[in-house]
Design a protein around this ligand. Structure first.
Ligand SMILES: [Mg+2]
Length: 370
């Protein structure tokens, strides 16, 4: 079943976040953007995927359109494992963790969507899972810096039914504000600092947070490849989560070998797609390490993560960015309700974008490689 075209587009959704907007890589982040990938096969069947975009959306898109999409053209969409090997091998000298792997991740997710549609089975079933109506979600708050805004937004998330809340903050003050926020007393708090500190500083802050009962501390060390630095922070005793910035299953093996993590966080739109995440889960299981997926997405990347978690992760917590988003072409599947997110039941990803909403929020051109 030959692949006949790969289409890319950027879906750009306005949002508010209960505070001033954040900046990433020098850019104001005031729209949620999905780098949406549509793969079609010769029988006319269509699969949807998502490649990691964020502030690097333009570079991922160029990699996708110029290098990766041409490599899969005319190939058999059913041979996902072989295709992954071929594409990742032939682009390896361009970087094992960057635009080309992000780009291929979007195609790979679309291939699983196609496979499930063809088999008339949801992806969680293809992965050996059993039916579940919904999974526990956690509110992944954006950065507010101001503790009073942290407190306000944590209280709001708790009121909406979230019992697990993650902060993107770097101070104990902000963590205290979350722990003491109205209605949050029974909630579990996680802290993600996005590689903020050198190891010595990370150990100092981790020591100050030791008695706060955090469910996990995420990526405390800069640079993310300093595995012994991370292992030193872990010895303080707060569970350490990391992995959104490592390359492939062997990146996780190195993290585990170094004694650096308690929780592995593979990211399906970055690491090479569903197949690579499955390998990470198998490795982590064999080594006694928990997995919680990195999935602050709002399109097929999130939906694919829900399928993987439903099938293969024990007590999964699904990351849902906590902000107020306008209409999304993948509604209602990308929204949590009362702290839970639904698991689709139809074939493949089990969701189809609403074409009208898609057209309304598409930014710029739709590009078709065929
Ligand atoms: Mg993170």
């Amino acid at each position: 079943m030959k692949i006949t075209s790969v289409e890319t587009r950027v879906v750009s959704l306005p949002f508010t976040m209960g505070g001033p907007y954040n900046y990433f890589a020098g850019q104001k982040w005031d729209h949620l953007e999905i780098l949406l990938v549509k793969v079609q096969t010769e029988d006319g069947l269509v699969g949807w995927g998502e490649a990691f975009g964020h502030a690097c959306i333009d570079s991922t898109r160029v990699a996708l359109e110029r290098i990766v999409a041409p490599l899969v053209m005319g190939q058999d969409a059913r041979e996902i494992k072989e295709l992954s090997q071929r594409v990742l091998r032939s682009t390896h000298l361009l970087g094992r963790n960057g635009a080309h792997v992000f780009a291929y991740s979007g195609i790979e997710i679309a291939l699983w969507d196609l496979a499930g549609k063809r088999a008339q089975q949801p992806i969680w079933k293809l992965l050996g899972g059993v039916e579940q109506a919904s999974l526990t979600a956690y509110a992944s708050l954006l950065t507010y810096t101001d503790p009073s805004l942290v407190s306000q937004n944590v209280a709001q998330a708790a009121q909406e039914g979230y019992r697990y809340i993650k902060l993107h903050e770097t101070t104990r003050e902000a963590t205290q504000a979350a722990l003491n926020a109205a209605g949050a007393q029974g909630a579990k708090i996680m802290l993600d600092v996005n590689c903020a500190w050198a190891p010595a500083q990370a150990r100092e802050v981790a020591n100050s947070l030791k008695e706060d009962g955090l469910l996990w501390l995420e990526e405390p060390v800069w640079p993310p490849e300093d595995l012994s630095g991370l292992a030193g922070v872990r010895r303080i005793g707060i569970p350490i989560a990391a992995g959104e910035n490592v390359a492939g299953v062997h990146g996780f093996e190195s993290l585990i070998d170094a004694g650096a993590i308690d929780i592995a966080q593979p990211s399906v739109t970055k690491i090479g797609g569903i197949g690579e995440v499955v390998q990470v889960i198998q490795l982590a299981k064999a080594r006694g390490i928990k997995v919680q997926l990195h999935c602050p997405y709002f399109g097929p990347g999130l939906i694919a993560s829900i399928h993987i978690a439903a099938a293969l992760i024990e007590d999964p917590l699904i990351e849902i960015l906590w902000m107020q988003m306008s209409a999304n072409p993948f509604d209602p599947w990308v929204r949590a309700e009362d702290g839970r997110i639904r698991v689709p039941k139809l074939g493949g990803l089990g969701v189809e974008p609403d074409e009208k909403i898609l057209a309304q929020y598409t930014r710029g051109e739709v590009v078709k490689v065929s």
